[in-house]
Ligand binder design. Structure first.
Ligand code: ZN
Length: 401
């Protein structure tokens, strides 16, 4: 398992729609974390597992990885839920963050070097909003500060969707395209002036709270220790679920680039969505499946992990009990094979596992290879090392046998 021999990681970028090779020695990954009001459903888990596989592969390849994840601990859905349940929003956020970190550790997701909350980053966020104002890129409607996209070169020319679709998605995901007085309907809100019953912070440009995207701009720009080589971008990779492609990651990049004049990230990588029994899994449908509930029901965390990584991370896929059965059967079979004194050859298998992962995390191929190895072992083939394979499964896939 000599890391140097691992092929460089190629990942499919959501905006370029082509593969980007992650070959820097020092790599910074910024993943958008949870809004702590309904943690951790299987969609969250699948996303963080995808970036865990990326993190594991890069580390196994001898790269130095700086991994940071934010926690959106002040946001409309969090405040709405706290108000609905008559609960203090900070207490709600703390309890959900604890639950999330417990779930992640049960699933053996390597913790980031830094979890950074929005509330603790307020000073940095205010600095970034000030920089935008000083650069003459903003305008103000009743104290709410917007970024004027028409003043940011090319920001409206590379939208990932046709404008009508972009507007619809923007509206659906917290944007306010119809607000009177906006210069362009897609202009993102940088600072929301104080409203009654909303938490607020003092800033030189007025009391209020930050808009969504600027939080991640500030946290990423102020907390990344590892810069991509030759400083061709601010960070190496920005990641999250595919529902963040637009507007969140698009607007994050536009805002950061308007200040740095550098591409924000070298690669934008997104994980697919998880549905349930043929339907989209969502809070409004009330069909979210929570990791903690499955664990309480006695499902092994390794089975959950395996069930979520068996399919390709970028595919939208369905969750059902069948998937848990398949994962359970697979794990039992590998366990039995690894317990044998003689096993089928493993050196080439490990090499092929690394090659498949380097190819945009082709986990379906990895699982097919492992199934084949089990069949060969059961058929009496010899020459491999169960210990060597078991260490590789832990290193690359986070599956501990
Ligand atoms: Zn974010």
């Amino acid at each position: 398992m000599d890391g140097v021999l691992n092929p460089p990681l190629k990942l499919l970028d959501s905006y370029k729609k082509s593969h980007v090779t992650i070959d820097d020695h020092e790599i910074s990954i910024y993943v958008c974390g949870i809004t702590p009001y309904d943690a951790t459903h299987l969609g969250h888990a699948a996303t963080y597992l995808a970036f865990d596989l990326i993190n594991r592969y890069l580390r196994a390849s001898g790269r130095s990885v700086w991994f940071i994840e934010n926690i959106t601990d002040i946001d409309d859905p969090l405040l709405e839920r706290a108000q609905r349940d008559n609960q203090d929003w900070k207490a709600l956020a703390h309890s959900q963050i604890d639950l999330f970190t417990e779930d992640m550790s049960a699933l053996r997701v390597r913790p980031p070097q830094r979890y950074k909350g929005v509330v603790e980053s307020m000073e940095e966020i205010i600095e970034i909003v000030s920089e935008h104002i000083e650069s003459g890129l903003t305008y103000n409607i009743d104290g709410d500060i917007y970024l004027d996209l028409k003043k940011v070169p090319r920001s409206l020319e590379k939208l990932p969707y046709p404008i009508d679709e972009a507007l619809a998605i923007f509206r659906e995901r917290g944007g306010d395209p119809d607000r009177t007085g906006k210069s362009h309907p897609l202009d993102p809100l940088l600072w929301r002036a104080h409203r009654d019953n909303e938490p607020s912070w003092s800033a030189p440009f007025g009391k209020g709270r930050p808009g969504w995207h600027v939080e991640c701009v500030a946290i990423a720009m102020r907390n990344i220790d590892h810069k991509p080589s030759a400083q061709t971008s601010t960070i190496t990779m920005q990641g999250g679920g595919s529902d963040l492609i637009f507007p969140h990651h698009y607007m994050t990049a536009v805002q950061a680039e308007s200040l740095t004049h550098l591409p924000f990230a070298k690669a934008y990588i997104h994980a697919g969505m998880i549905g349930l029994d043929g339907e989209k899994m969502s809070k409004s449908r009330g069909n979210l499946v929570f990791v903690s509930k499955l664990l309480q029901q006695g499902v092994s965390p390794m089975v959950i992990r395996c069930a979520l990584i068996m399919s390709h991370y970028q595919s939208d896929r369905m969750w059902n009990s069948e998937l848990l059965n398949t994962a359970q059967t697979f794990i039992a079979k590998v366990e039995q094979c690894l317990a044998r004194t003689e096993v089928a050859p493993t050196s080439d298998l490990i090499k092929q596992i690394a090659e498949s992962l380097s190819d945009n995390l082709d986990t379906p191929k990895v699982f097919a290879l492992l199934n084949k190895w089990c069949a060969q072992t059961e058929a009496g083939e010899v020459g491999g090392s169960a210990g060597e394979l078991s260490r590789a499964l832990d290193t690359y896939l986070g599956l501990a046998f």
